[in-house]
Design a protein. Structure first.
Length: 121
């Protein structure tokens, strides 16, 4: 039996509102979250993605499917449009059962790093 359901947060910015840019950025984010937290697809419960209103060329979930997370329930939503918020950003909340007792390592890449300067890189 697994210990406790946890959530890992992450975000990445992409260069443009282009399907390939969104998929590549999202895949990079997911791979980094999985690696830093020693997670496998079997450890994942679900992933919620949000993207800023300026990204509409692709669903971030497509990238998850393309990297092999086809059995994980995925949901995409729109980030609320707050004045001055970071642009071209994909965020993820990954629900999982980690296989170890180490603290969760949240991942913020590229310009999204500014969202959580309090976290170590």
């Amino acid at each position: 039996m697994r210990e406790r359901l946890q959530a890992v947060r992450g975000a990445i910015t992409v260069e443009s509102d282009d399907a390939d840019a969104i998929k590549e950025g999202t895949a990079e984010l997911l791979r980094e979250v999985l690696e830093r937290n020693d997670l496998t697809p079997a450890d994942l419960v679900s992933i919620i993605f949000t993207s800023t209103p300026d990204l509409q060329s692709e669903f971030p979930a497509v990238a998850a499917r393309e990297i092999g997370l086809s059995a994980v329930p995925l949901l995409c939503a729109r980030e609320i449009p707050v004045d001055g918020a970071i642009e071209k950003c994909v965020r993820a909340m990954i629900h999982c059962y980690p296989r170890h007792d180490e603290p969760i390592r949240h991942v913020y890449l590229r310009d999204a790093r500014q969202l959580r300067l309090d976290l170590p890189e």
